[in-house]
Design a protein around this ligand. Structure first.
Ligand SMILES: NC(=O)c1ccc[n+]([C@@H]2O[C@H](COP(=O)([O-])OP(=O)(O)OC[C@H]3O[C@@H](n4cnc5c(N)ncnc54)[C@H](O)[C@@H]3O)[C@@H](O)[C@H]2O)c1
Ligand SMILES: CC(C)[C@H](C(=O)O)[C@@H](O)C(=O)O
Ligand SMILES: [Mg+2]
Length: 379
């Protein structure tokens, strides 16, 4: 029997656009693992975005702040969309996703890209979903040009306006995310590709020097290569199966991960984990979210692919809950659902039945039941 003290606290924040639609499916999965597998967690639902803004004047109301504050893991849906225009910039900024990443120092953002075999065999996706693609982009998430100062838009003497941002990285910011990449690579195929723009940017010169130094000092058993970001984008399209772990800065990682998403068939397939520093009790605040955004073009239609969000729960089971068997079980259930032909619109073949978001959730839950029952029989 689990006592409340060993319960992992999870805040579930659907957010905006398709965020609540996909997160609802993840929540069903979480409930299944709590009820059927005894995974020790408490779920606290909380709101984010335009709805709480209209009620409280805050996109991130106090109740949500409290839920996130006490949580070991945050399950996030999405932010953004046309409604954001109704929220004044200051209120939006006060509760932004970037602010949360910064507040909890979620510096290591893991974005796995896996070509599911069932999709690699599917005719319309064959061109870019290539068998054997299985790599992780580790994106530095709390520094770089997203956070560097000074930034702003100023008026020039000649009447023009000038916008400016600052790319910046310190030794420690580079080393800690590079360490995450080397450590992850040791659990995989022991290859790290570091991506920068060291032929132009000083931040990238420093990035490359520090990655090389850390590699020499502590990780010389790992195979380390370097690519300029423009070449990396081309290589991801040309031969994504060559990569194991790719580590890069904030903005390069943002762009490369959407680009790499197509090797998995759809942006809707990609999960992510954003991890903070390990505290003195060995705990690590984490935020789990699909890589995609609020998708205003399909929001409210019930057709979004929930698998990116659901696979983020597998990452949570593995990384926050330390339940690798349950993470494997969930990934197997996603594989099984896809193998039986379950497809949302973004990954469907022409003429094939297109499942709604909820029906894809049903397909994963039904696969979970079947696989768990078989495992029980075998035991
Ligand atoms: N982490 C986040 O919350 C996050 C991430 C990215 C973008 N955003 C925000 O989302 C808003 C929309 O941005 P965008 O349109 O550039 O990017 P997006 O990721 O929302 O959508 C890009 C394209 O991918 C499709 N898509 C995305 N997720 C899908 C899914 N689960 N199933 C099927 N198709 C899916 C969309 O329909 C769209 O055509 C912006 O306000 C942006 O800032 C938020
Ligand atoms: C919504 C936006 C700020 C965010 C980013 O640029 O980091 C998104 O694109 C992502 O990839 O998580
Ligand atoms: Mg992005």
């Amino acid at each position: 029997m689990n006592t409340r003290s060993n319960m992992v606290k999870v805040a579930v924040v659907g957010g905006e656009g398709i965020g609540p639609e996909v997160t609802a499916q993840s929540q069903r999965i979480l409930n299944w693992f709590a009820a059927k597998r005894g995974v020790p967690m408490t779920l606290r639902e909380a709101q984010y975005g335009i709805i709480p803004y209209l009620a409280t004047g805050k996109v991130l109301p106090d109740d949500t702040v409290e839920a996130m504050e006490e949580a070991d893991a945050i399950v996030w849906g999405a932010t953004g969309g046309p409604e954001t225009k109704e929220v004044p910039a200051a209120a939006r900024k006060a509760g932004s996703l970037l602010g949360l990443r910064s507040k909890y120092d979620l510096y290591a953002n893991l974005r796995p890209i896996v070509a599911n075999p069932a999709l690699a065999d599917s005719a319309p996706l064959k061109a870019h979903v290539l068998k054997g693609v299985d790599f992780v982009i580790i994106r530095e998430l709390t520094s770089g040009i997203y956070f560097g100062e000074p930034r702003g838009i100023e008026m020039l003497a000649d009447g023009q306006r000038r916008g400016f941002n600052t790319e910046q990285y310190t030794t420690n910011q580079i080393r800690r995310v590079a360490r995450s990449a080397f450590e992850l690579a040791r659990t995989r195929r022991s290859k790290v590709c570091s991506v920068d723009k060291a032929n132009v940017l000083e931040t990238s010169v420093l990035w490359r020097e520090e990655v090389i130094a850390l590699h020499r000092e502590e990780f010389s058993d790992v195979d380390l290569t370097h690519l300029y970001v423009d070449n990396a984008a081309m290589q991801i399209v040309r031969e994504p199966a060559q990569f194991d772990v790719m580590v890069t800065g904030n903005i390069f990682g943002d762009i490369l991960s959407d680009c790499a998403a197509m090797a998995s068939g759809s942006l809707g397939m990609l999960p992510s984990a954003s991890l903070g520093p390990v505290d003195k009790f060995g705990r690590r605040k984490a935020l789990y979210e699909p890589v995609h955004g609020s998708a205003p073009d399909i929001a409210g239609k019930g057709i979004a692919n929930p698998l990116g969000s659901i696979l983020s729960i597998a990452m949570m089971l593995r990384m926050t809950l330390n339940r690798p068997e349950d993470a494997d079980l969930l990934e197997k259930a996603v594989d099984a659902a896809l193998a039986t032909g379950a497809r949302t619109a973004d990954i469907a073949e022409p003429g094939a039945k297109k499942l709604s978001t909820t029906e894809m959730g049903d397909a994963v839950l039904s696969a979970l039941e079947k696989i768990a029952a078989k495992e029980k029989e075998r035991a």
